[in-house]
Design a protein around this ligand. Sequence first.
Ligand code: NDP
Ligand code: HSE
Length: 435
Amino acid sequence: MRKIGVGLVGWGTVGCGVVQTLRDNAGLIESRLGTAIELRKVADLDLDRPRPVSVPREILTTNADDILDDPEIQIVIELMGGLNAARTIITRALEKGKYVVTANKALLAHAGNELFELALRQGRSIGFEASVAGGIPLIKSLREGLAGNRINKIFGILNGTANFILTRMTEEKLSFSAALKEAQELGYAEADPTLDIEGIDTAHKLAIASAICFGTSVQFDKVHIEGISKIDPVDIQFAEEFGYQLKLLAIARQTNGGLEMRVHPTLIPRTHVLASVKGAYNAVHIEGNAVGDIMLYGMGAGMMPTGSAVVSDLIDIARDILSNTPSRVPPLAFQPGRLQDIPIKSISDVFTSYYFRFSAVDRPGVLSKISGILGKHRISIEAVIQKGRHRQDSVPLVMITHEALERDVRNALDEIDKLDVLLAPTPLIRIEDNC
Ligand code: NDP
Ligand code: HSE
């Protein structure tokens, strides 16, 4: 039987994982597929830089056109990252009638709708398993395994770097920058780590996964995004005293007022299963109306886990090529004409509980002033801890609220922070007790 020819653009961290998996598991893959996957060419800009996985010199090239112009290559793997050049490579590959596999969630978040449309027009497909949750087969689970369900909610930890940093800050009391440096050395972080630490990468992934779950187009610009770079380690410690752990969560759920799509640092009960997700691991909780609750867990980043996801797409597409069913599963799981415009809820309309840390003057009557303003804005206090004196003149007053409307919370904090007894702006962290 004919081989399936593959070309790889981007011999970096994930590219090396793909090369190694195709090499180590060649026999196994052929046994499953009934034919071999042949890596015919690998393109990268710098062919002399040492890599963890080698490639025979004769298939290396610095020119991606060598891949696009090779008629024996049916599937192009884009693992170079970035937006414009990657978009051009994918567009040209599809226009030339090739199938595409990519791990590029940033590109899919920004231009996925248009690229998926082009693939459909060309009678081809784009595999993007590696773009969300690294090695976890989340896309396949959502598009196929849960195809019989109405999905009500998806939430979880979708960025290995941020989870690694928060784990190291919580368990080893490492500084933010030391933990980030470790994550970069381990190959988890994006070329621009701002994407990881500011929640943007998580939002890229949430936008892609939500589109599949709820049958909308990819709506990255509607995701509310907050990152972890401004987290003060004292809040991690104070929250622990209330029984909470800090995670960067991606949350999307259907509510009466529309679809919530948000990414922000979140306190979860230390007994919650997501609290035990450490390091670069990701975990995703999905609630379907037939299946109930399910949880997927695994490595969300790194050379081999992400390479595994890319190779699973290659095998899927190879099966489609062999059976001549090019777009068997629609890109976003729904038939293109059946994607809906669901209103996205503003963060001001979200209803949840909150953690506040007031930097207040240590003087009689301060707590009653703060609680009076909270009460006026319909915010009810669940617990308060006053810590020992922080600086000479201020004391951290740490508070947990019952569920409240975010708009009310913002208005209350604006008023409280103007009080002359408050010495610094009040940090707020959302709490998910019932996720
Ligand atoms: P790397 O930076 O390690 O690898 C990218 C490689 O592509 C580099 O060797 C780069 O060369 C090369 N490259 C850049 N531009 C071109 C071009 N025009 N032609 C040919 N080669 C080019 O990135 P990763 O492997 O970490 O990530 C690749 C993609 O996978 C990204 O989209 C990323 O978001 C995604 N991803 C990464 C994960 C991870 O754990 N690392 C996990 C999931 C997804 P040079 O270095 O010389 O610029
Ligand atoms: N930088 C990403 C992360 C890679 O840390 O999760 C996986 O998408």
